[in-house]
Ligand binder design. Structure first.
Ligand code: MF3
Ligand code: CO
Length: 264
């Protein structure tokens, strides 16, 4: 595969494979969203994801990645990312971030969304909406010729203007035959210049937004990231190809982009 400063440039076939991996990933995320309700154990979501992977004949990409023990990440309320599915029962008013990836013919899909469980507070809805909106504001900058850090600059400016924080410790990334490729895609503006985006690059843009401080801690399970102040967080992620006709979102389900469903 062709490379530009360490970042792979994908050809049409490779982008088709990524699109398929992301389509299936998005379908699974949507199916997970459909069964959410108070009283449901989060491990049931992992079971559904695994069953759908079996039906689709794809491999859950997170399972075993760096030792990660599940097919999906389920991060509830103050959990930011990488939460473990468990016996925990969802409660009315919770928010849950679900992160999912599959491998299709050697290519990795990666996408995430935050869903409300039952009736959530106005402030939680605003947190989810700002995070989702910030993702699309970031995607808008995913164009050939732009500095990759233009994405985070736009995300950060928008999120902070809404009074929320952007997580620094985890970032988006290039995605292809491996889940994490170059370049890093921060959700904030670094002080230096980044790589110039080129057509054929595929990146996962994934703002993690906090209601309070952006500082996080990792629990003793060595995975679950939680906000330091216990305030809630949201996470939305799309895999996006840089093309001559602009940013192309790959992680779209068969139902369509389904944007802004939260505030509807
Ligand atoms: N979307 C996350 C990421 O890009 C998913 C990784 S979870 C892991 O880092 F368990 F697979 F590491
Ligand atoms: Co990712």
């Amino acid at each position: 595969m062709k490379k530009y400063h360490g970042a792979y440039i994908k050809n049409e076939r490779e982008i088709s494979c990524l699109r398929e991996a992301d389509r299936l990933t998005a379908n699974i995320l949507e199916a997970v969203g459909d069964i959410l309700k108070p009283g449901l154990k989060t491990k049931v979501l992992d079971e559904l994801a695994r069953d759908m992977c079996a039906d689709y004949k794809v491999r859950p990409a997170f399972l075993g990645y760096g030792g990660y023990p599940f097919a999906i990440c389920t991060s509830v309320n103050e959990q930011v990312v990488h939460g473990f599915p468990s016996e925990r029962e969802l409660q009315d008013g919770d928010i849950i971030s679900v992160d999912m990836g599959v491998e299709f013919e050697g290519f990795i899909g990666d996408s995430a969304r935050t869903y409300p469980v039952g009736e959530v507070s106005a402030e939680a809805r605003r947190l989810m909406q700002v995070t989702e909106d910030s993702l699309y504001i970031g995607i808008e900058q995913a164009r050939a010729g732009n500095d990759v850090y233009a994405i985070g600059a736009a995300v950060q400016a928008f999120v902070e203007a809404q009074g929320f924080g952007v997580v620094r410790r985890y970032v988006g990334h290039g995605v292809g035959a491996r889940m994490h490729e170059k370049p890093e895609v921060p959700n904030f503006k670094p002080a230096v210049r980044g790589l110039t985006l080129q057509n054929g690059m595929v990146i996962a843009i994934e703002p993690m937004v906090t209601a309070g401080t952006y500082e996080i801690d990792v629990l003793d399970d060595n995975w679950t990231a939680v906000t330091r102040d216990g305030k809630w967080a949201a996470h939305f992620e799309h895999s996006v190809a840089i093309t001559s006709s602009g940013p192309r979102i790959l992680s779209i389900s068969d139902r369509g982009l389904n944007r802004h469903t939260i505030s509807a």
